[in-house]
Design a protein around this ligand. Sequence first.
Ligand code: DGJ
Length: 737
Amino acid sequence: MESKFIIGNKRTGSLIKIIFFLLICSRVSGQQTEIIIETSSNAMVLATNEKGELSTSYFGKKLANKTEYLKIALQYKQGQEYTGVAGAAYTSAGAKNLLEPAIIVSHADGNNSLDLRYVSHEIKVIDSNVQLLGVLLKDPVYDFNITLFYKSYFNDDIIEQWSSIQHNEKGNVTLYKYASANLFLKAGSFWLTQYHGEWAKEMQPEEARITHGIKTLDSKLGTRTNLFQPSVFMVSLNSPATENSGTVLYGALEYSGNFKTDLELDYQNNLRIISGINNYASPYTLKPGEAFTTPAFIHLLSNAGKGAASRKMHRWARNYVIPNGNGDRYTLLNNWESTYFDFNEDKLKELLKDARKLGVDLFLLDDGWFANKYPRNGDVSGLGDWEENKAKLPNGITSLVKEATENGVKFGIWVEPEMVNPKSELYEKHPDWVIKQPKREEHYFRNQLVLDLSNPKVQDFVFGVLDNILSKNEDLAYIKWDCNAVIYNAYSSYLKNQSHFYIEYMRGLNRVLEKIRAKYPHVPMMLCSGGGGRVDYAALRFFTEYWPSDNTDPLERIFMQWEYSYFYPAISSSNHVTDWGKQPIKYRTDVAMMGKLGFDIVVNKLSKEELQFCQEAIKTYNTVKGIIWHGDQYRLSNPRMSSVASMLYVNESKTSAVMFNYLVNNRYGEGSKQPILLSGLDRNAKYRIEEINLFPGTKSSIDPETVYSGDFLMTVGLNPVVNSSRNSVALKLMSVN
Ligand code: DGJ
């Protein structure tokens, strides 16, 4: 059989060069088919055996000489492998396999076995950084095939993997499991970093050595599926990776619905990672000729620790996922915590003036502006009835948008279009549009139920909510899209096959979001879910930013934003200054600046100095936001390991940087006793350091005249002088000639 190679294209390689290289390599002959997916640092090698069974023969740091990948297997003496398919690129159930499968099917004739053999593969060069490989596998007995897709991003060391399942059997096939990806890793030991959470306690990390058997990360919540556990995780190889060293794999499923990731340490000490849509309550009936395409599982392997991994992921997300990922964002004033549901037009007009006074770009009107028969004056009623409440807003949203424009600020609005309060006209008119078990008692989450997005009429309704607001108000500049309930009593009165429910719900949501983005490609949208219950790389294809948590206590946010920052770039993190926490306004503002800055405070309750501080901080933010949003992020001092947390953002040319430092331990005498080592600067450049965001009347302890070399700052470090009287210190570094 011919040996075929896929070569990761070089950073500067032209299309012609790549194809030429591919042709040369494909002439090499041998016994097996070998496919090498190379990125700038790594290689994933897929190889067939004499039967055509496809395995992952290597996944790790790439070798200088490609011919040596064939020698790798000989270096492992792990005892007898009883099946020959433990390292399968996509493990099927019911034949030889003895481990966790990626796919389980029941054929049209009722047989439960699947055997997958390599047929062919195809490479598509998308651009100088991206290649798409498709590998076709077929069952030799049944007319059943799977194409495994690998989209590799050369510079980013990222691979997205998904699969497409199809058959031409003489009846329907049932898919009991249908993973996106099936990874196979070898190392001396594996260490899993996973996350769990709750409302106001999102992204709590845990790290532990992976022991034999299966560890499952999953969600069965249906919507806002990250509430208890997000799909993002890390696996360190051989020892726990640190910020700057160690081998670590980042993984995440690009899916906002139920997910399941199994990490199986097998009897030979290899790690098998199988990730995809959760098959919980979801056997899928696949018709002949129909293709079932899974969401993508994204992974990134770093040989230089977690910092390098997250910077690559951030860059990838800004370049390929997040709308306007390299662009601009609005600073804003939100009215949620200052008014809750208690406002009217006059009050809002005052708040518009406050937004102007503060100096932010946009005013964001939150929950409570709609519904008449059952006014939305609390969270118990009105959700679903998206007409302006006449008592609160007699002149409608349009007049507020106009008023905002006249005040020199933009206007944004909150919606939660997927949900309904039982106390609403929508529920009265369309009880069949609601997800609920027909014979069971209703069960509510925040007094609400979820609309059945598997129903095309509901999809049209949800699209209509957004379309109506946006088309009536051309100047509307921002949407906050909330999603507070999980799915209880999963049942659709529209669907014939209830086991398709969770999947069809997500397909419906996707259709709506696609339609919205097709019509309104540029409007910034915040993905909110009573906190971080929904952020993932599927949703971030539609949303410009996400709300990490309702918990805006800055001390808590330092920890949470730290964990989110491993996976998501600062530009996507909506951070608001609120009254949560005991810290002064400066501390709160500094923390909120580490992302996309907003305010949710009563401006007229600020003291003169506090107001002056906020106004100046916003002006300062406007001068450094480009570094924070588009630069590289370095986690310098971990709040879980030190009394001082420190985060650095460096622009691409390394000429300017912003460093945020916080006291996170209030015990006596705690502070920055030692210098903090900087990273990512130009060793040969010289930097002047200026303290920014000083509270009126306070003086900096940092001498702005001292010039430091990048070498000094990255070898000795800098002491930001953090202590109980300077518990938040923001510094700007500027290179000087
Ligand atoms: C939950 C969100 O997280 C809050 O910011 C706010 O928008 C409320 N919902 C409104 O009900």
